[in-house]
Design a protein around this ligand. Structure first.
Ligand code: FES
Ligand code: FES
Length: 166
């Protein structure tokens, strides 16, 4: 079956059985290996991507359900040579260690910060509750998201200032 979907803002077409996992289509057909496979049964969150702006476990989504829809993977947040402020905070503040959970955590955090630019620690922990990490003890992840939220608010304020001055 031919399936057309938008991935990180680019229209892509793949040939796939409709019940194949979105996770496999992303990693093996589209070469987007940033999205990780952990448990393969919807428990760990390593495979989290945004589907029409909402977080889903790509190991549980059939690619046939994605026809005409918008997918955002960790590659859509920034590139290695141009990390987003959120990604940079994880590097700078120890939010990423082995990195297996990191793409899914970043996607969940991005979803949170789009909805809530100034989240409490409890809100950050709740937003990331579906993303398991065996390395960090979570505190550094929470701190990375909190600092990223501050930087994003400062950038938004600065850009409002520039617009206001022009
Ligand atoms: S690999 Fe999908 S939730 Fe664990
Ligand atoms: S950084 Fe290793 S599992 Fe989270």
């Amino acid at each position: 079956m031919k399936i057309s979907l938008s991935v990180n803002g680019t229209r892509r077409e793949i040939e796939s059985p409709p019940l194949a996992r979105l996770l496999d289509a992303l990693r093996h057909q589209l070469g987007l290996t940033g999205t990780k496979e952990g448990c393969a049964e919807g428990e760990c969150g390593a495979c989290t991507v945004l589907l029409d702006g909402e977080p889903v476990n790509a190991c549980l989504v059939a690619v046939g359900q994605c026809e005409g829809r918008e997918i955002t993977t960790v590659e859509g947040l920034g590139a290695a040579e141009h990390l987003s402020p959120l990604q940079r905070c994880f590097v700078d503040h120890g939010g990423a260690q082995c990195g297996i959970c990191t793409p899914g955590v970043l996607i969940s955090a991005e979803h949170l910060l789009r909805r809530d630019p100034d989240p409490s620690e409890a809100a950050i922990r709740e937003a990331l509750a579906g993303n398991l990490c065996r390395c960090t003890g979570y505190q550094r992840i929470v701190e990375s998201v909190r600092i990223a939220a501050v930087l994003r608010r400062e950038a938004a304020d600065a850009s409002q200032g520039v617009k206001g001055a022009s």
